[in-house]
Design a protein around this ligand. Structure first.
Ligand code: SF4
Length: 275
């Protein structure tokens, strides 16, 4: 566990201004606000990962929501997608409470961390490929710091999948070629490459965190394997239509958590989230 290094990384991410379009957008949204949040002081900056530095399970989303993470400063906090995700994490025993409304609401995660391949809210929830590539070294660095304990990852949606696989490769895990396709329920185990992943490649070095990413891999030997799970994104489009139900989400989270060695329980709760 490297608490100070991860805290330092989070602080540097929060100061990043590498993507001009996203900097303009996140700050404009923070200035104009949504009427319902008029009395909020929006975060308006990159949103770092959330969760303990000794996480065994990582959840990778897409990017912060304009009036969610970009408002509260914490991953998936303050929007409908987060409502679904945190309820499920609570249901399976990985979160201390089922709601996430602000960065100081007391929520704690157990053994799981949440991050995204793009740390700034993008217009229409769509980062460009260039923005995705520019942000990737931050994810590589985060993976490098989590590596001692990290054993499984749940990737939410196809965008996150496409963004995360190269990061896994650069962080020292062997990703099959051709790359595995995203599906809900996909499960891929990546072998370690003994800390040499990405060192002889050029992918991602051009990004903001490039040198940091390489620094985070220094001295890595005997990496453990990583099991990667695909899950439909917890977007309103998916959850409102029933494409992703709470039961489906709990199933993936429970399987991934147990694979990572966490004591998750898939107990169907009573009430509206039991479906
Ligand atoms: S590299 Fe990431 S954190 Fe930096 S501005 Fe781009 S999206 Fe935001």
């Amino acid at each position: 566990m490297d608490t100070s290094a991860l805290t330092g990384l989070d602080q540097r991410i929060a100061e990043c201004r590498a993507c001009p379009r996203l900097v303009t957008w996140r700050e404009e949204v923070a200035r104009t606000k949504r009427a319902a949040f008029a009395d909020w002081t929006y975060w308006g900056r990159p949103v770092p990962g959330f969760g303990p530095p000794d996480a065994r399970l990582l959840i990778v989303g897409l990017a912060p929501a304009a009036h969610g993470g970009n408002r509260t400063g914490r991953m998936f906090t303050g929007d409908r997608s987060g409502d679904v995700l945190y309820q499920a994490l609570y249901d399976v025993g990985l979160a201390s409470q089922p709601t996430a409304v602000s960065a100081d609401d007391g929520l704690e995660l157990s053994g799981v961390r949440i991050t995204s391949p793009v740390h700034c809210a993008p217009p229409a929830n769509k980062p460009t490929p260039e923005e995705r590539n520019t942000c990737r070294p931050w994810l590589v660095r985060e993976l490098g710091l989590l590596r001692p304990t990290l054993r499984a990852v749940v990737v939410l949606g196809a965008f996150g999948w496409q963004a995360a696989l190269p990061a896994f490769s650069e962080a020292g895990w062997r990703v099959p070629r051709p790359r595995p396709a995203f599906t809900h329920g996909a499960r891929v185990t990546l072998d370690a490459t003994d800390g040499q992943g990405g060192r002889d490649g050029q992918d991602g070095r051009e990004g903001q965190g490039g040198q940091d990413a390489q620094d985070g891999l220094d001295g890595l030997d005997g990496l453990d394997g990583l099991t990667v799970f695909g899950c439909y994104h917890v977007s309103q489009r998916n959850t409102f239509t029933g494409r992703l139900t709470p039961a489906m989400l709990r199933e993936v989270l429970t399987t991934a958590a147990r694979t990572a060695g966490l004591p998750a329980e898939n107990v169907v709760p009573r009430g509206p989230h039991g479906g």
